[in-house]
Design a protein around this ligand. Structure first.
Ligand code: NDP
Length: 328
């Protein structure tokens, strides 16, 4: 029987889940839930209902895994602990510094209600977190480097859009090439956050908004911009629509380490992603973890998990035997 999926929140990630489900025939979309008037939310799929979130409880037994597609800044901290009371859930929570608190809140409600929740799924956090873990355990004597971009950070763009006076915004994260070269050469440079990336923001203001206030709010925003070299450009709506519609992204995770009696041998692990569409890729990762959530729920597991806790074989629809014969 197919895994029945619900989407909660229909933005870029919600839409991306629909495309991901088309590539995973063992899953099917049961319903899309929104806080908006459902008649105003047009989805890609035919014959799938769009339902007001106020009616979600009636779907408790009709959905195996609910994919939470709200923003990390303010939606998911509320939504994930709340909906983990009724459903097995997967979210993409990406405020790295707040993951431990989010985990604790979600774990409590999932355990109390016998549900499974997998949080912070995607590529960062997500696949990059796994790459860092593998790098650290394989090369304990070494250094980690993560570079993002060039690309749009949805989480950061979302955070800017929530500032009073902002009509629209895009944030591009750009790696500093010379810093990446030094890492690839095994120079093990000491790099501060500012030396690795530039955060470039393109912002459209509401009529009469105070540009100086908005710029200060952006540059001092904890966890997102404070501590980074942030450049803010205020642009017109026309320029925004013309030049800033893409959602490409990507990045690099390096582990640079040494082994040998005198630590004479250098090793560099490099994992990289070049993504044409950040939300479509992120939601393909979510779909794989939704499969794992459904399987863990069937096994009676409960509580909150991250990508660290999920055995890789649980991501695949193939049996252990098939995986061993086709992928080893
Ligand atoms: P969006 O801003 O597109 O959507 C967020 C929510 O806003 C939606 O769930 C939707 O809820 C509401 N919304 C969307 N469009 C509209 C609209 N036109 N009018 C009113 N409300 C709307 O965010 P994204 O989908 O781009 O990203 C969600 C989160 O995913 C980001 O905050 C980011 O943190 C995370 N992410 C994580 C990644 C990872 O690797 N871990 C990678 C990429 C993103 P509703 O339908 O209920 O109104």
């Amino acid at each position: 029987m197919n895994i029945k999926i619900g989407i909660l929140g229909y933005g870029n990630i919600g839409r991306g889940v629909e495309t991901a489900l088309r590539d995973n025939p063992d899953m099917e979309l049961a319903a899309v839930f929104t806080r908006r008037d459902p008649s105003q939310v047009k989805i890609l799929s035919e014959n799938v209902p769009v339902i007001s979130v106020s009616e979600i409880e009636a779907w408790k037994d009709k959905i195996d895994v609910l994919l939470l597609c709200g923003g990390s800044a303010t939606d998911l901290p509320q939504q994930t602990p709340f909906y983990a009371k009724m459903f097995n859930v997967v979210d993409t929570f990406d405020t790295h510094a707040k993951v431990p608190a989010h985990f604790a809140a979600v774990d409590r409600s999932a355990k109390e209600n016998g549900k499974i929740a997998i949080i912070s799924v995607g590529w960062d956090p997500g696949l990059f977190s796994l790459s860092r873990l593998y790098g650290n355990v394989i090369l304990p004597d070494g250094k980690d480097y993560t570079f993002w971009g060039k690309g749009v950070s949805q989480g950061h763009s979302d955070a800017i859009r929530r500032i009073k006076g902002v009509k629209n915004a895009k944030q591009y994260t750009c790696p500093v090439e010379s810093a990446m070269r030094a890492v690839r050469n095994g120079e093990n440079p000491e790099l501060t956050t500012r030396e690795k990336h530039i955060r470039e923001c393109f912002v459209v203001l509401e009529d009469g908004a105070d540009a100086a206030y908005v710029e200060k709010q952006i540059k001092t925003m904890p966890n997102y911009f404070a501590g980074y070299h942030t450049v803010v450009h205020f642009i017109s709506e026309e320029e925004f629509d013309r030049n800033h519609q893409g959602l490409a992204h990507g990045g690099f995770v390096f582990r640079s380490g040494n082994t040998g009696k005198e630590k004479e041998h250098k090793h560099i692990i490099e994992f990289s992603l070049k993504l044409d569409s950040n939300p479509e890729f992120t939601t393909h990762v979510m779909a794989a973890y939704a499969r794992a959530a459904a399987r863990m729920a069937r096994e009676g597991q409960t509580g909150c998990k991250t990508v660290f806790d999920i055995p890789p074989a649980y991501l695949s629809e193939k049996s252990g035997e098939k995986l061993r014969s086709s992928m080893l």
